[in-house]
Unconditional design. Structure first.
Lengths: 265, 578
C-alpha cells in the first residue's frame, strides 16, 4: 500500500496511468461490441435457437406490418431492437401487442399468444440486441419482499400516476395509467424495467431489483387483504363517496320521507 | 288536519296542572316536570303545527345527521390524538408496520384497525358528515326554489347560509385531521391559496401553520376548531334557527284551507314528535347501513403525510369539490401570456398568483349572492308583503331560472373537480374536458337560465289549461252531427287550488322617489323588475273560471269557485297571521 502511494508520485506514474486507462477502455469497448455482435447473431441467454427461429416466424406473421420485417420499425410502430425480452413479455403477455387499433395508448385485451409463443417472440426480439431480460423468479417471490417498504416506494414513485391504492388514474390527452389490481408479478416487474409508453423506466439504479420485489410484495399484500371497511367503491376516494351519498343515500332518504309523510293522511 | 283544529280550554290545562300521579314513576316524572316546566315547554312547542310534505324534512335530516356526527365524533376523541410528533407505527396494519408517521395518523389507524368498532365509528362519522352537508344543501335548495326565504324569514335564511359555511369548515378541518397524504394535499392547497394573497399571504400562512408548511402546529389547531369551536357555533346557530322556525311558524304549499294566516298539518306533539323520533332512527339506520357496507376515506392507503408525493385521484370531499374544480378550470397561461405577474417592490418584488386568486372570485360572489338573495329579490320585485304560502317553483319562473343557472355553475365547477376520473371512466381526453368546461362555465348557466324559464312558463300554461278545461281524458267522443272531440276531466278541488293560487304581478316600471325624481338606481331596478316579470302567465281568475264552466257545459263545478277565488285573496294583500 505504502509503496504504491509513493510510486504514484513518480512523474511517469501519470503517463503510465493514462496509458493504462486508454488500454482498458479500448479493450472494454472492443469486448463489449463483440459481445453485442455475438448476441445479435447468437443466442440470447436462456433461449434456444429453435425458439428464436420460431419467434422470427411468428413475428413476421403478426408483428412485421407495424414493426418492420427485421423489427427495425415503421411509421406504424417503433423499432424493437434493444427493447429486450422483458418488453415483449410484458406487451404480448398483457395482451397489448399485437396492437389492435391506433389510439392514445395501446389497449389491453386478452393475450393472443400462449406462454410458449410469447417466449419465442421474446427470444427473437432479444436476439436483435440487448435489453432488459425477463426477471428471475427470485425477484418475484413476494414472500421475500417487505410490503411496508414497498408501500413507501410505491407512494413516492408510482402513486402519482397509478393512485395510492393502485386503482389507476388519468394522464393527458386520453392517456391513462391503468389499475394495478390483478396484474401478474412478472408483468409488474417488467413494467418497471421497460417503462411502457408513458410510464418512466425504473432501471436497477433507480430502484434495485430487491426494491422492485418490495413494491410487488406491497401490491400483492394490498390486493389480498381485501377492503376492511366494506365495498371499496372502486378505490377512487372522495369522488365515488360523494356520488354514493348523492345517489343511494339521497334515494334512501327521500324514499323514507315519502313513506313517512304518506302515512299521515 | 283535524288535530290542528283541536283547541284546549284553559280549564283543561288547569286540570292537567292539578294532576295527581298514582304510580311511583308518575310521581317522579311529575316532580321533575313541576320544577323543569316540561309541561309548559311541551304545551308551547307541542302545539306548534308542522305541515306534512316530504320536501320539508331535509332540515330535520341535517339536524339528525349533525347529532349522529357529534356522537360518533365524541367516540373518536377517546382514541384520536391530534399530535404531529413522529412515532413508528406498530399496529396491526401490515403494509405500514415500521413506517414513521405522526401520532395523529397512527391513532387514526389504531381507531381503524385496533379499536373494536372504531372503523365503523370513523365511517359513520365521515358518512354522517357527507350526509349532514348534503341535507343542508338540499334543504337550502328547497327553501330557495319555493320562496320560503321571503319576508319574514330572511334572517333565518342568513342563519342557514352561515350554517352551510360552518358545515364546510367542519368537514374540511375534520378531513385534514388524520394527517395522511390526501388530507395533507388539501392543506397544501389552502397553504398555496393563502400564499397567493399579495404581500400578507406568507405571513398568514406562517401564522396558521406556526411556521413553514407543514410545521407541527396545524393539526392540533385544526382539532380545536374541529371538535370545539365550529361544532359549538353550529349548535348555537341551530338553536337560533329552530327558534326562529317556531316563531315564524312553518310555511306550506297552497291547498284547500291553507291561507297566509294559518298552518295546516300536525301539531308537533304527540303525533309529529313520535314521527320525528322515528325519523331520527330511520336516518341513523340509513347511515349505519351505508357505514357498515361502504368504505370511506380508507386512510391506510394514502400513507403518512410527506410534502413530496401527490397521488392520482386526490380529491376533497364532495362539498369542497367546486373549490378544487374552479382551480383546475383556471388556466395558468393565456396563450403565451403568463397570468402570474410580479409587482416590483423595494424589497424585490411581490408575486401575484392570479391563477389561484381569480378562481376565488366567482366562488365568493356565489356565496355572497346566496346570503343576500332575499333582499336582492325583494328589492327587484318591490314586494314588501309577508309570505307564508310557498311558491311552486314554476310559478316564480325567474327565480327558478336564476337558481337553475347557479346550480349549473356550481355543478360545472364540481364536475371539474373530478375531471381526471371523468376522463378515465368515460374514455375522454382530460385536456378536452378542461377546454370545454372553460367555455361551458360561461355558456352553461345562460342556457340553463333560458331553458328553465321557458319550461316554467310552459308548465304554467299547461296548469292554466287544466284549470279551465280539465285534463285530456284520452277518450274521443263522436257527436251526433259527426264531430270529434276529446272528453275532458275537470281537476279535483284540491288540484285546482294548487293550479290557480299563485300571484304573477306585471312589471311595475320605475317609480319616482320622494322628490319626484326617477334615479338611475331606480331605473336599473325597474329594468331588473321587467326581466323578472315580463314573461308571465296570468293565473286563472274567478271570472275566467266561471266562463270556462259555462263553456264546458258543467254546472256542478261550484266547489272549484272557492279555489278560483283564492288567487285573488293572495294578490289582494294580507299582513301576517298569528
Ligand atoms: C360539525 C360537524 C362535523 C363534521 C362535518 C365533521 C367531519 C369530519 C370528517 C370529514 C372527518 C375525517 C374523518 C375520517 O375519515 O377519518 C372528521 C374527523 C374527526 N372528527 Fe369530526 N366532524 C364534525 C364534528 C365533530 C365533533 C363534534 C367531534 C368531537 C366531539 C369530532 C371529532 C372528530 C375526530 C376526533 C376526528 C379524527 C378521527 C379520525 O380521523 O379518525 N367531529 N370529522
Amino acid at each position: 500500500m505504502k509503496a504504491l502511494t509513493q510510486k504514484r508520485r513518480h512523474p511517469f506514474a501519470f503517463v503510465a496511468l493514462l496509458l493504462l486507462g486508454l488500454l482498458l477502455t479500448g479493450g472494454l469497448y472492443a469486448a463489449a461490441t463483440t459481445v453485442n455482435e455475438a448476441q445479435a447473431s447468437n443466442l440470447p441467454e436462456g433461449y434456444t435457437s429453435e425458439q428464436v427461429e420460431e419467434g422470427e416466424r411468428l413475428f413476421v406473421a403478426n408483428c412485421a406490418t407495424c414493426h418492420g420485417m427485421n423489427a427495425e420499425g415503421t411509421d406504424a410502430g417503433p423499432s424493437l431492437v434493444g427493447v429486450g425480452a422483458a418488453s415483449v413479455d410484458f406487451q404480448v403477455g398483457t395482451g397489448r401487442m399485437p396492437m389492435q387499433m391506433q389510439g392514445p395508448q395501446a389497449q389491453q385485451k386478452p393475450p393472443q399468444f400462449n406462454e410458449e409463443q410469447t417466449a419465442q417472440l421474446a427470444a427473437y426480439v432479444a436476439s436483435l440486441g440487448t435489453g432488459p431480460a425477463v426477471p428471475e423468479d427470485e425477484y418475484l417471490d413476494v414472500d421475500q419482499g417487505d410490503p411496508s417498504r414497498g408501500g413507501e416506494l410505491f407512494r413516492i414513485n408510482c402513486a402519482m400516476c397509478h393512485n395510492a391504492a393502485g386503482a389507476g388514474g388519468a394522464l393527458t390527452e386520453g392517456k391513462f395509467a391503468p389499475s394495478l389490481h390483478g396484474v401478474e408479478e412478472r408483468h409488474i416487474y417488467e413494467a418497471m424495467t421497460t417503462g411502457p409508453q408513458n410510464m418512466p423506466v425504473f432501471n436497477d439504479a433507480n430502484i434495485p431489483p430487491e426494491d422492485k420485489r418490495d413494491i410487488i410484495a406491497f401490491l400483492k399484500t394490498y390486493e389480498n387483504q381485501g377492503t376492511p371497511g366494506g365495498f371499496s367503491l372502486g378505490f377512487l376516494g372522495p369522488v365515488s363517496e360523494g356520488l354514493l351519498i348523492w345517489t343511494l343515500g339521497l334515494a334512501l332518504l327521500i324514499g323514507s320521507m315519502v313513506w313517512l309523510t304518506s302515512r299521515s293522511s | 288536519m283535524s288535530a290542528a283544529d283541536k283547541n284546549y280550554t284553559e280549564a283543561q290545562y288547569l286540570e292537567a296542572d292539578q294532576y295527581q300521579p298514582r304510580t311511583r314513576t308518575g310521581r317522579i316524572a311529575n316532580y321533575v316536570d313541576q320544577r323543569v316546566g316540561g309541561t309548559g315547554i311541551v304545551r308551547e312547542f307541542g302545539r306548534k303545527v308542522f305541515p306534512d310534505h316530504w320536501s320539508f324534512m331535509f332540515g330535520e335530516v341535517a339536524l339528525y345527521s349533525f347529532i349522529i356526527v357529534v356522537l360518533s365524533g365524541a367516540f373518536l376523541t377517546f382514541w384520536f390524538d391530534p399530535s404531529m410528533a413522529t412515532t413508528r407505527y406498530s399496529g396491526s396494519y401490515a403494509p405500514l408496520q415500521g413506517v414513521d408517521m405522526s401520532t395523529a395518523y397512527a391513532t387514526a389507524l389504531e381507531l381503524s384497525f385496533d379499536v373494536r368498532g372504531g372503523l365503523f365509528m370513523r365511517q359513520l362519522h365521515h358518512w354522517g358528515a357527507l350526509l349532514f352537508i348534503l341535507a343542508m344543501s338540499v334543504h337550502m335548495l328547497r327553501v330557495f326554489f319555493t320562496g320560503a326565504f321571503r319576508k319574514p324569514r330572511e334572517l333565518n335564511w342568513v342563519v342557514g347560509c352561515a350554517l352551510l359555511i360552518l358545515g364546510l369548515g367542519a368537514g374540511f378541518t375534520g378531513y385534514s385531521l388524520p394527517d395522511e397524504v390526501l388530507s395533507g394535499n388539501g392543506l397544501r392547497i389552502i397553504d398555496g391559496m393563502m400564499k397567493a394573497i399579495p404581500v400578507v399571504g406568507t405571513y398568514l400562512s406562517f401564522f396558521l401553520f406556526g411556521g413553514e408548511f407543514p410545521g407541527d402546529e396545524v393539526i392540533p389547531r385544526l382539532y380545536t376548531l374541529h371538535i370545539f369551536i365550529i361544532p359549538g357555533m353550529i349548535l348555537i346557530l341551530i338553536a337560533i334557527h329552530l327558534f326562529m322556525v317556531v316563531v315564524h311558524k312553518h310555511t306550506q304549499y297552497p291547498g284547500p284551507g291553507r291561507t297566509e294566516r294559518n298552518v295546516v298539518g300536525y301539531p308537533v306533539g304527540p303525533v309529529y314528535a313520535a314521527k320525528a323520533g322515528g325519523f331520527f332512527f330511520i336516518v341513523l339506520g340509513i347511515l349505519c347501513l351505508i357505514s357498515g357496507t361502504f368504505q370511506i376515506n380508507a386512510l391506510w392507503n394514502y400513507g403518512p403525510y410527506d410534502p413530496s408525493p401527490v397521488q392520482a385521484g386526490a380529491q376533497p370531499d364532495w362539498y369542497i369539490g367546486p373549490f378544487e374544480g374552479v382551480l383546475r378550470l383556471m388556466p395558468g397561461w393565456l396563450g403565451p401570456i403568463p397570468l402570474e405577474f410580479v409587482i416590483p417592490t423595494p424589497w424585490g418584488g411581490n408575486s401575484v398568483a392570479t391563477p389561484v386568486l381569480v378562481p376565488m372570485i366567482p366562488i365568493a360572489v356565489m356565496f355572497l349572492g346566496m346570503f343576500i338573495w332575499p333582499w336582492i329579490e325583494a328589492w327587484i320585485t318591490g314586494d314588501k308583503k309577508e309570505h307564508h304560502l310557498l311558491d311552486r317553483p314554476r310559478n316564480a319562473p325567474t327565480r327558478t331560472a336564476v337558481g337553475a343557472a347557479t346550480v349549473t355553475f356550481y355543478c360545472i365547477m364540481w364536475g371539474m373537480g373530478s375531471n381526471d376520473l371523468i376522463a378515465t371512466h368515460f374514455q375522454l381526453s382530460l385536456n378536452d374536458i378542461t377546454y370545454w368546461s372553460r367555455v361551458l362555465i360561461f355558456v352553461g348557466p345562460v342556457i340553463a337560465y333560458i331553458l328553465t324559464k321557458r319550461i316554467c312558463l310552459a308548465l304554467q300554461r299547461k296548469d292554466r289549461e287544466i284549470a279551465l278545461h280539465g285534463h285530456e281524458a284520452g277518450i274521443i267522443e263522436v257527436s251526433p252531427d259527426g264531430g270529434f272531440h276529446e272528453r275532458h276531466k275537470l281537476p279535483s278541488e284540491y288540484e285546482l287550488w294548487t293550479l290557480v293560487s299563485y300571484e304573477a304581478p306585471a312589471p311595475s316600471g320605475p317609480r319616482p322617489n320622494a322628490k319626484g325624481k326617477v334615479t338611475r338606481v331606480e331605473k336599473f331596478r325597474a329594468a331588473l323588475n321587467r326581466m323578472f316579470f315580463e314573461d308571465r302567465v296570468e293565473p286563472v281568475s274567478r271570472q275566467e273560471y266561471l266562463e270556462a264552466l259555462e263553456h264546458n257545459g258543467h254546472h256542478d263545478g261550484a266547489t272549484g269557485l272557492e279555489a278560483a277565488q283564492s288567487q285573488e285573496q293572495i294578490t289582494a294583500g294580507h299582513s301576517g297571521r298569528h
